[in-house]
Unconditional design. Structure first.
Length: 130
């Protein structure tokens, strides 16, 4: 099954609201961003994580997911547990801003959001674009 996130090249289901590099000029989804390629959708996710890490000082899976998927619209605790299981990290482990930690986190979030697992080439290409 092709999920909305995959169809939009937006496996993190990033809502509309910002101008993104690589977004489609003619958006047909009224709620979520649509990107020219999966790499641009992943890049947007990395950019958001960068802001969470440096601007908001969110450095654990628990802190990041609590902001990303708030309880008013998600089962945040289950989301955190699933991401921890996929990354093999504890919810309170401090992440570093590096490719290894952030790609592992982003990959788990994509799986949770859209049942999509980006390959290493996509992740690396997107990370380099930030």
């Amino acid at each position: 099954m092709i999920t909305r996130g995959i169809k939009n090249n937006n496996p993190l289901n990033i809502r509309k609201g910002n101008k993104w590099k690589g977004e489609l000029p003619n958006q047909t989804d009224n709620e979520f961003e649509q990107f020219q390629s999966m790499i641009y959708g992943l890049r947007a996710g990395f950019k958001i994580l960068y802001n969470y890490y440096y601007k908001y000082r969110l450095k654990t899976i628990s802190d990041i997911i609590s902001r990303w998927a708030p309880p008013v619209e998600n089962d945040t605790n289950t989301y955190i547990k699933n991401v921890c299981k996929m990354t093999k990290l504890n919810s309170t482990d401090r992440l570093n801003w590096n490719y290894s930690d952030m790609s592992s986190l982003l990959k788990a979030m994509c799986k949770q959001e859209s049942n999509y697992i980006p390959n290493d080439n996509e992740l690396y290409s997107a990370f380099r674009l930030i």
